[in-house]
Design a protein around this ligand. Structure first.
Ligand code: SAM
Length: 288
């Protein structure tokens, strides 16, 4: 098996396939041999696990996943990497590479086709420029995913894992806590990647809830997140001002709903817990 954490191997592969790293695809490859086994361990991968990987790159994490998992399906957008992956993963017969943009991919159909419908564990060193859209797609699409273990920018990790209702929380913290139990597993320094990114990274783990609170009420769920997004659209404003602008709703309606819910009229968006947003949604649209 080629040692893909060795810089000489990486340079040789780049030369052989005329490959140059594309900044636009967030290509920072792991070159610290300790990291991929640690990600596999954090994800609890064993021979019964079906793994969906996003962005295999040269196949560094993919190799370690293939050694431990039942089957790995890896989605890679950069067509130039296909011949490289064919070489680096040649000795693993439990890996399938799908050449697609993960944001355009019908993941439900792919999981049905490749894993007979799941359950699936997601593992990835994510392209940082689309961390939130990828996570939101994985969470919102009602896929048979049990957990997501992913390398992200440390700053994003802090936001994703911040408890709703605390100063560090943002709109995404509410979504991740609604759908899952998120946690930071470990941090990774820039020198563990080639080329090194400008920022520190962290591996997060999202253990998905079997039944998110409003799973049986899709209309309410949609409105809840419209309310959260609107409230955070102007973070420095009070929740009433931001949500009234974002939802095109009279301030009086929001004032009345805050009062019904027992919340302070000058509350800021990040001061409400997830449960309080759920109660506020109910107070705003009580008829449904
Ligand atoms: N897994 C490799 C590693 O850890 O060394 C590479 C990780 S690199 C941070 C991100 C990978 O995601 C790159 O291979 C990049 O080409 C791929 N990628 C970027 N945008 C993508 C997209 N929209 N869909 C699928 N893969 C994407």
């Amino acid at each position: 098996m080629e040692n893909l954490t060795d810089l000489t191997t990486i340079r040789t592969l780049c030369e052989k396939y005329g490959f140059t790293l594309a900044k636009g695809f967030g290509q920072n490859f792991i070159v610290n041999a300790g990291i991929c086994p640690k990600i596999c361990e954090a994800a609890g991968i064993d021979k019964t696990t079906n793994v969906l990987e996003i962005g295999p790159g040269f196949g560094t994490l993919t190799q370690q996943l293939a050694l431990r998992a039942k089957k790995v399906v890896a989605i890679e957008v950069d067509t130039r990497l296909l011949p490289v992956l064919e070489e680096t993963l040649a000795e693993h017969d439990n890996v399938t590479i799908v050449n697609q943009d993960v944001l355009q991919c019908d993941l439900a159909a792919l999981i049905t086709q490749e894993f007979g419908g799941g359950p699936v564990t997601v593992c990835a060193n994510l392209p940082y420029y689309i961390t939130s859209p990828i996570l939101m797609k994985l969470l919102e699409d009602r896929l048979p995913i049990t957990s997501i273990t992913a390398m992200v920018q440390k700053e994003a990790a802090d936001r994703i894992c911040a408890a709703p209702g605390t100063r560090a929380s943002g709109a995404i913290s509410y979504a991740t806590h609604y759908y899952a139990a998120p946690a930071i597993r470990f941090t990774v320094q820039p020198g563990s990647f080639y080329p090194p990114p400008k920022v520190t990274s962290a591996v997060i783990q999202l253990t998905l809830h079997a039944m998110p609170p409003l799973a049986a009420h899709p209309v309410r769920e949609k409105r809840l997140f419209a309310l959260v997004r609107a409230s955070f659209s102007q973070r420095r404003k009070t929740l009433i001002n931001a949500a009234s602008a974002g939802l095109a709703m009279p301030k009086q309606a929001l004032q009345a709903a805050l009062q019904t819910t027992g919340l302070a009229p000058l509350a800021r968006p990040e001061q409400l817990t997830l449960e309080q947003y759920i109660a506020l949604e109910q107070a705003l649209w009580p008829e449904e």
